[in-house]
Design a protein around this ligand. Structure first.
Ligand SMILES: CC(C)C[C@H](NC(=O)C[C@H](N)C(=O)O)C(=O)O
Ligand SMILES: [Zn+2]
Ligand SMILES: [Zn+2]
Length: 391
């Protein structure tokens, strides 16, 4: 099927002006200021009006508990698995699924099946092998085999550091894990990134600095998330990013967390830019369907929220509208930056030959209007067009 988006303001994510995007099947066929194909005899195509719209690459959320997560307050606090409609409403066309605290009642096999289900429903999915704990839970019994033999596995995560819920791994165990993920990635042409969960503990990024100092493993092997969860960790993250590391901010939150010192993701981006952090080292993820548990200072569970994938773009919009971050810059943290870090070759940009993952935003309100995933219209004029199997 051929589709032609006419007259949109195109952000590849770099702004290239007003133009047209030709979609052929599941790929972008051409991006040009003026594409006319109606004169081709017998051609059949669907025209999409891009006037007063911004065209951006489909959003990438690389940390979503697609199978559900939680459990930190007992069985009843296990969160539900994600539904396709939430992902589409968030403008998200690529998701990386992960397990969290509970790697026992949530299995890697279940995570892979859910990722395959979402792929069948029309979006692109990948997964991290593992959960909070080291040694990691795998599918094949070997971390390297998971990465080398299972196409959807692109790395390990979310591996907990500096958190009372971690397995309290030794530096050697974490180094071994990073080495296995790196070589698994090298042997399969994948990024082989370790997505680390940073908790509120005082050790913060100490292990990552030590691994880079003592071994041949580079900073680019790690993507530490929740780096905005408290001000101490946030400030450490700025230094870490300036030293060459990548930092990921969680967009799901609750005003209670902001009172307790969490840095709202949109503000975190603005402060990083003011501090001279290279924006290509910054990403956002939603922690969608993950639990947002609250513990008192005696580490007793006192309450729990659920992460929302729709927060991913809300925080970008807040960064642009409230924090005055230029759209062209802000949008990179959920498109080209994360695609480069995770080596998702066909993702994160609007370019000839790449997957036809495109979001159209209302130029004035910056609200999501249309979502196209692999050439299929999932939402149009703010209306969901493709429902999940049971929605
Ligand atoms: C960043 C904070 C607010 C949320 C964060 N969420 C997870 O790590 C996922 C969660 N534990 C799960 O397994 O579903 C946390 O718990 O620290
Ligand atoms: Zn986490
Ligand atoms: Zn998480």
């Amino acid at each position: 099927m051929i589709k032609l988006i006419k007259g949109a303001e195109i952000y590849t994510p770099e702004y290239i002006g007003k133009g047209d995007i030709l979609i052929i099947g599941d790929k972008i066929g051409a991006v040009f200021e003026n594409i006319n194909i109606e004169k081709i005899p017998f051609i059949e195509f669907e025209q999409i009006n891009g006037e007063d719209k911004i065209a951006a690459p489909g959003f990438i959320d690389s940390h979503v508990h697609i199978l559900g997560g939680g459990g930190e307050g007992g069985y009843k606090t296990r969160t539900p698995e994600i539904m396709l409609s939430d992902i589409i409403r968030g403008g998200i066309t690529t998701v990386v699924g992960c397990l969290g605290t509970d790697g026992v009642t949530r299995s890697m096999e279940g995570l892979l099946a859910k990722a395959r289900g979402l792929e069948e429903e029309g979006i692109t999915t990948y997964i991290y092998t593992g959960s909070y704990r080291v040694p990691v839970t795998t599918i094949t019994g070997s971390l390297m085999k998971d990465i080398i033999l299972i196409d959807k596995v692109i790395g390990a995560g979310e591996i907990a550091l500096s958190d009372h819920r971690s397995s309290q791994p030794s530096i050697d165990a974490v180094t071994q894990l990073a080495a296995d993920v790196r070589v698994g990635g090298v042997l399969s042409g994948k990024a082989g990134v370790v997505n680390f969960h940073l908790g509120d503990g005082g050790r913060m990024l100490r292990y990552l600095y030590e691994i880079v100092e003592k071994t041949e493993i580079p900073f680019s092997q790690f993507l530490p998330t929740h780096m905005n969860r408290n001000i101490k960790l946030f400030n450490e993250g700025i230094k870490y990013a300036k030293a060459g590391g990548y930092i990921d901010f969680t967009t799901s939150s609750d005003p209670v967390f902001w009172e307790e010192g969490e840095v709202k993701a949109s503000k975190a981006l603005r402060i990083c830019l003011d501090e001279g952090v290279d924006i290509s080292h910054i990403t956002f993820t939603s922690d969608g369907q993950g639990s947002l548990p609250m513990f008192n200072d005696k580490k007793e569970f006192i309450g729990l929220g659920i992460g929302k994938v729709t927060s991913l773009y809300y925080e970008i919009r807040d960064a642009v509208i409230e924090e005055k971050v230029p759209f062209e810059k802000a949008i990179k943290v959920i498109t080209s930056n994360i695609a480069a870090i995770l080596k998702l070759k066909n993702k994160g940009r609007i370019d000839k030959g790449l997957d036809a993952d495109i979001v159209l935003l209302d130029k004035n309100s910056l609200e999501i209007d249309t979502v196209i995933s692999k050439g299929q219209i999932m939402m149009k004029d703010k209306e969901i067009k493709v429902r999940g199997t049971f929605e």
